[in-house]
Design a binder for this molecule. Sequence first.
Ligand code: ZN
Length: 74
Amino acid sequence: MKAVLHIDLDEDSLDITIREYLLNKLKKQDKNQQSLYSCAKCNKKIAKVVADFCLNNNDRFKGKIYCRDCQGEF
Ligand SMILES: [Zn+2]
């Protein structure tokens, strides 16, 4: 998750080829893993990296898993 956050923050300064490579890689991961987890609030399917982020922030999410949209409410 740390790597993903880093990519989001520095996206504009990354070389375009590297950026596209990383975005494709993330998309591929989402596709493979999106059905494994679902949001505790809106029940939307979420990727493993998003679920891991919630699990790594137990205090904030009370041990539950939320999609990126719902995470914004905590
Ligand atoms: Zn949600």
